[in-house]
Each structure stands twice: as C-alpha cells, then as structure tokens.
Design a binder for this molecule. Structure first.
Ligand code: PLZ
Length: 443
C-alpha cells in the first residue's frame, strides 16, 4: 500500500513529467489533451504517485472510475488470475462464465426486481449507443429525447445526445438524426426559482415532446439521474420520477444513464434509487470494473430479448479480464460497504464546502450526493454570473499544490469532487485544506 500522504518532491509537473509531456506533444494527437500533465507511476488508496516522486491526493478517481481505489486488492487478484487463465475468446464465439456472473450481479444490483437481461460493452458511449438501438428495435420508433446539460459520450450518436458544443461536438457534425433536446430541471438556474422547477420543467418536457416529436414516435428518453459533465446537476426532486412514469404511460423506454453515478458513487448502488425510479434500461460503465474498460446495458427482459440473435455484440464486449475486474470491484463494494462510505464522504465534505462558500462569497450552489459533489462558482451571487476564470484558477492552484481536481459544467464554472472511496478521512481532510487555500489564493 502506498503511504497515504501528500508529498511535493518537485514543482508540479516535475522535470520528468515535463520531459514526457514534450514526448506527448510529438507523438499524441493534439486533440487528446491532459488536464494535469503529471505522469503517473503508481496509485492506490487516495494517492497518485508520479514519475518525479510526487504524491498527489486524488479528488477525481480518473473521472469516477476508480471508485474502489486504484489497484484495489480484489480487482488486482481477480485480474491476475484471469489473465493467467485466458485473456480473450470473444463471447460471441466461445463464451465463458465471468460474463454471466457480471450480468447476474447487474440484475441483482440495478433498481427493480423484475426479470432483467444485460449485454456487455467496452465504453460508456458504446453502452448508450446500444441502449438506443435496443429501445428503437423493441418499440419500432425512432425519436430519442435527451436533455440540456446532458452528456452521453463522443461517438456520432452519443455526440448528438450530448448537449455541449465545446469541446465535444465542435466541427464534428453532421450528427445522428432523430435526437431531440428538452430543458433539464436545474433548480439553481430555473428562471422562476427552485421551488417551481420540478413542476414547470415537467410541463415543458411533456409539452415539448408532444408538440415537437409526438409520443408515439418516441423510442426512448435518456437522462443522467444526476448530470455529470454538464455540472453535477441534481434534478429538482420528483422530476426524474415523473418523467419515468410518463414514459411508461406512453410506451417510451426510459433509459437512466448511470455511467457516472452508478456503483456506490452517490451513496446508493444507483442514483435512480434515491428518486425511487425503476428505469427500463440502465447504462453503466466507469466504476463497474475498478479501472478496466467495461460497460453494460441492463434492463427489462422483454426489451433486451426483443433484439434478434446476433443484433448486439462486438469483439471485446465483456472481455474476460474486464469481467473478472468487475467481479472483484463489486465484491469490494459489498465487503467494504462503499455505499455507506460515499455517504460518509458527503458528511465530511459538505461542512467544508459550506465554510468555503461563507468565507469567499463566490459559491452560488453546493450540490450532489455521496462522493459526487460540486460547487458552482459565480462572480455575482445575485445574478449568478458563471465564473469560469476563477474555476480554472482554483483548479490550477489545487494542481500546483498536489491535489488532483476536475472541473465541469456547461459554463465551465463547476468544481467537482469525485474522490475514490478507498481514501481515508485524514487524506480527504488534507485535500480539503488544500482546496480552501487554493480559493484563498485565487479569489
Ligand atoms: N455517460 C453519464 O459521464 C463519460 C467523459 C470524459 P465513455 N464521462 C466522462 C470525456 O471528456 O470524454 C460518460 C458519462 C455519462 C456516458 C459517458 C461516456 O462514457 O466511457 O467515456 O465512453
């Protein structure tokens, strides 16, 4: 186990990382950028160790992936075993038990006790694409409704579903057709205020689908039960539930994209649970496999089984090593009660974020759930003017002090926290001290 302590051995990034970053420029497409160019050598608990011997505190988990921690012992052991047994056969050619075991876990853990089936893929975007394929095939309808501030990936169809132009869509069109976008119930920025938000947003949504798309043409409605890249927006209470119920009334497949929110991140196995929502289909990825690439669509057996044999698949989907990692990760979540741990993380963070809000007067909103928390920064609390510059400055100051932080949001003004659930209180508290100092230095 890596010593759970922040160490600044050099400036950040150090000389060795800078050398590697120069190599990166010469060999990696400029389109693939790095938020904090320290090159990592080892990681575990809540620490990333870089090639210069710096130890950084991790508040990002590689964008909500290393929820069980990096190189989590059960994941490492399961992968080691599997990689020695066999690495690939292709499930569509000659199958193996690990794939089934992951699907069984998904059936057990995702919301609802109805009959379920799953299909496994490699990335979140691929899972979302397949959820749309399944919904279209099963309903015989084409339109898909997504939301403002939504993020669903970077492939052609998922770019179309994703709301934000820069950097995800800019000059990458034309995009897939039959995608329609409706406003999200974003309490902090709802024009008539947070109290009216759920009712009004639901009204706008149902009217919008009715007048612009037609319920009978709509295959699926897809949303993130807490929006991730768009700004950790927690929809106004009741909104998601009403959308899901309304979808059911109209034979529309309700898809919960739990790629970022799933697997204990928000203090439950899935964020839909908090709203008492049972989605027809759930997409998962990220946290599912402790860092190995794996994704899934899980849902109602009648929808999942509607597709003709051979209609779903891919060479690597449900790779045995990735499946073994998922079984190790899920076992870790159960054994270490990581849903509870996520709630403890929230209890630790909230008062500190509130203190930062009181002290610096730049936090318009504190939101999120469990170990998925954020502050939205504004230059004017009354007018709620997004302050992307300040957000970038605070982020840079955190990085320089050895804290790995991430920003997000349609307006680039949300500072988000996604610590691994393997990080201890002491380390998280130190990270929060660094954060507070970064605000002090940047405001
Ligand atoms: N759906 C809700 O959060 C991935 C994207 C980072 P992939 N989010 C991180 C970036 O800039 O590319 C995500 C998500 C939700 C889908 C996806 C897509 O998952 O595994 O990145 O394809």
């Amino acid at each position: 186990m890596i010593e759970q302590r922040r160490i600044l051995a050099t400036t950040i990034p150090g000389p060795r990382s800078q050398e590697l970053q120069a190599r990166k420029t010469a060999t990696v497409s400029a389109g693939v950028s790095t938020g904090l160019p320290v090159y990592v050598e080892r990681a575990g608990g809540g620490i990333l160790v870089d090639v210069d011997g710096n130890q950084l505190i991790d508040f990002g988990s590689g964008i909500a992936v290393a929820t069980v921690g990096n190189a989590a012992p059960r994941v490492v052991e399961a992968v080691r075993q599997q990689v020695a047994d066999f690495t690939h056969t292709c499930f569509m050619v000659t199958p193996y038990e690990e794939y089934l075991a992951v699907c069984e876990q998904l059936a057990e853990l995702t919301p609802g006790d109805h009959e379920k089936r799953s299909a496994l893929f490699n990335s979140g975007a691929e899972a979302v694409e397949n959820a749309v394929k399944i919904a279209r095939h099963a309903t015989g309808r084409q339109a898909v409704v997504a939301f403002e501030h939504g993020y669903h990936g970077r492939t052609n169809l998922t770019m179309a579903l994703t709301a934000k132009n820069m950097p995800y869509k800019h000059r990458f069109g034309p995009f897939a057709g039959e995608i329609h976008r409706m406003p999200m119930a974003y309490p902090y920025r709802w024009p008539t205020g947070a109290d009216a938000c759920a009712d009004e947003a639901f009204e706008v949504f149902t009217q919008g689908v009715h007048t612009q798309v037609g319920e009978e043409n709509t295959a699926a409605v897809i949303l993130e039960p807490i929006q991730g890249e768009g700004g950790f927006i927690v929809p106004a209470p009741g909104f998601v539930r009403r959308v899901a119920d309304w979808c059911r009334e109209h034979g529309i497949v309700f898809v919960a994209d739990e790629i970022q929110t799933g697997f204990c991140r928000t203090g439950d196995w899935f964020a839909s649970e908090h709203e008492d929502v049972v989605p027809d289909l759930v997409t998962t990825a990220k946290g599912i496999a402790g860092g190995m690439p794996l994704a899934a669509v899980t849902g109602r057996a009648d929808l999942m089984d509607a597709v003709h044999p051979g209609g779903l698949g891919g060479t690597y989907g449900g790779n045995p090593v990735a499946c073994a990692a998922a079984l190790g990760a899920i076992e870790t979540m159960r054994a270490e009660n990581l849903c509870e741990r996520a709630r403890q993380v929230e209890a630790l963070f909230r008062p500190r974020l509130e203190a930062i809000a009181d002290k610096f007067g730049v936090v318009g909103d504190i939101r999120g759930r469990g170990a998925m928390l954020a502050v939205e920064l504004v230059s004017d609390l009354e007018r709620k003017t997004p302050d992307a510059d300040l957000t970038a400055r605070v982020n840079k100051a955190c990085h320089a002090a050895g804290l790995v932080t991430l920003t997000c949001g349609t307006y680039g003004n949300v500072f988000r926290f996604l610590p691994p659930l393997s990080a201890g209180d002491e380390l998280l508290s130190e990270g929060l001290d660094v954060l507070e100092q970064a605000f002090a230095d940047s405001v």
